[in-house]
Write a protein that binds this ligand. Sequence first.
Ligand SMILES: C[S@@+](CC[C@H](N)C(=O)[O-])C[C@H]1O[C@@H](n2cnc3c(N)ncnc32)[C@H](O)[C@@H]1O
Length: 221
Amino acid sequence: MSPEAKTSLLAYSEELFAPESDVLRWLREEIVARGFPPIHVSPLEGRILSVLARLCGVRRLLELGTLGGYSALWLVALLPREARLVTIEAEPRHAALAREAFERAGESDRIELVEGTARAVIEAMLRQEGGRRGSFDLIFVDADKENYPYYMEAACRLLRPGGLLLGDNAYWGGKVVDARAADAATEAIRLFNRRLADDPRFEAVVLPVRDGLAVARFTGP
Ligand SMILES: C[S@@+](CC[C@H](N)C(=O)[O-])C[C@H]1O[C@@H](n2cnc3c(N)ncnc32)[C@H](O)[C@@H]1O
């Protein structure tokens, strides 16, 4: 298939299946207007997050890396009102925009934004009574890449058996297959992908959408 045909098919799929709400469109534009990096999921990837969350009947979700809340809004879009998402963001300016977006979308009551570094927040969660074992049905990893292997191990404690682990940027712009790339982020994503593929605690695949979306079912500890 030609690159032009691929581009047309992506536009066709997004137009059919991933129309954005006014708030989502505003948010994408606001991310650019505020000079933040436009490194959020695409509309089609967002819709995939919505459908996966709905398919798996999730109610308790954790997201690492909020940016402006674009993926967070897709994650909860098809879920019943009682679903709750906790999303962690280290950059206060990103968190401020996300709060505004959640307000505008009428989702502030079911999305809790925690400011801090994801690893520190998770470590605090794990120190709480009972280690929060199995307290989430879905975890979406989209924060600092160097900690992806740590996030995967933490997910084994935080997810219930049968829960879903999702990881964005599994292709890391193609660097995972570039033999010359040996930086810490690339090595960490390679390790994350390798472990997801080999670890019997996960049944996993990478969807070749945008920058690669790792999708894994946690079978149990
Ligand atoms: C790829 S963006 C998240 C995009 C968002 N999930 C979306 O698709 O709309 C990554 C975000 O993670 C944040 N971040 C980076 N390192 C972090 C860390 N250690 N803990 C929490 N957030 C972090 C960045 O500030 C940035 O907003």
